[in-house]
Design a protein around this ligand. Structure first.
Ligand SMILES: Nc1nc(O)c(N)c(N[C@@H]2O[C@H](COP(=O)(O)O)[C@@H](O)[C@H]2O)n1
Length: 298
């Protein structure tokens, strides 16, 4: 069982991991905290983008020799492969940590996985710690892997009975770009990295526009190009083919005024999960019905 100190460290690691949202794809946003042998924070880090060090590598570098005999608290199972970065389970063994606390198992882990390797090497490993909280950050990535397409969020504004794109006009909508990898807007005529340059050169391969034909084919192309979270910014004409194809996972709608709400405001099958005030708009977040309970979108 994880101790109270380890649970607090996991929550810290989850917060750190969120700094990687919208930047790490196709890799996951991961955070890690190293506790020394007395349970004090000795180092921490997160995965910033593909091609750079994994979260564990950054946290171990910050901790230095204080990691020896300590505990690594990490939001995703340490990787078991030598890729662009060394295998994290080997870095942890080299640093001589005594214990590893993990939130989520890695659905892409190679061989028998980092957790099994660490246990085989005599390290105490606690897994499935604060899974639901870790999924607040890792959820879109994991859902994308499960569905073999990007997690798709449709954002729009409802104003004077009209439904239209929101990102250009509403700052809270523009902020959603920071959690997405790519954005499709202007009735399909604009397709690009959500925040230009965040993933690093060559990490995403995107077509410049969508021909408007097959949304499932576009989703496949984007998934192959490294996109794990797509933001759709526009009115019904843009979103309808994606809704009909069952490709919209979540909705963020900004309601400008209580009068003249269109009928309906949300498409069928979506349930509200959050209603809040954002400046002069009401923001409603909704998820597909069957995804709300239990495992949620993610
Ligand atoms: N445990 C862990 N921490 C991180 O910080 C990570 N980015 C990952 N990612 C895992 O490794 C794969 C990517 O490897 P490369 O960076 O491309 O070599 C990714 O699929 C995850 O399984 N894991």
């Amino acid at each position: 069982m994880a101790s109270l100190i380890e649970l607090a460290a996991m929550r810290r690691a989850i917060m750190l991991s969120a700094f990687g949202l919208g930047a790490t794809s196709p890799n996951p946003p991961v955070g890690c905290v190293i506790l020394d042998a007395n349970g004090r924070v000795a180092g921490e880090g997160y995965h910033e983008r593909k091609g750079l060090a994994h979260a564990e590598g950054n946290a171990l570098r910050a901790a230095g020799t204080a990691a020896r005999g300590g505990t690594a608290v990490v939001t995703l199972e340490p990787c078991n492969h030598v890729g662009r970065a060394p295998a994290c389970r080997q870095l942890l063994l080299d640093a001589q940590v005594a214990r590893v606390v993990v939130a989520l198992a890695d659905p892409t882990s190679r061989g028998r996985g980092g957790i099994a390797e660490l246990r085989a090497a005599g390290v105490s490993v606690e897994s499935d710690v604060l899974v639901d909280e870790a999924l607040l950050v890792l959820g879109a990535w994991r859902h994308s892997l499960r569905m073999q397409r990007p997690t798709l969020t449709w954002v729009y504004e409802v104003a004077r009975g009209r439904i239209r794109g929101a990102v250009d006009r509403i700052s809270a909508a523009e902020e959603l770009l920071w959690e997405a990898d790519a954005v499709l807007a202007a009735d399909g005529n604009h397709l690009g990295e959500a925040v230009v340059g965040r993933h690093g050169y060559g990490m995403l391969a995107l077509p410049r526009r969508w021909d408007g034909r097959d949304p499932a084919e576009l989703a496949q192309t984007l998934a192959r190009g490294g996109v794990r979270h797509l933001l759709l910014d526009g009115g019904l004409e843009l979103a309808e083919p994606f809704i009909k194809a069952g490709l919209v996972d979540q909705i963020v709608v900004f309601v400008a005024d209580p009068a003249g709400l269109p009928e309906p405001v949300l498409p069928g099958g979506f349930q509200m999960v959050e209603v809040s005030r954002k400046g002069d708009h009401v923001q409603v977040c909704a998820r597909r019905g069957q995804l709300v309970a239990g495992d949620s979108t993610h």
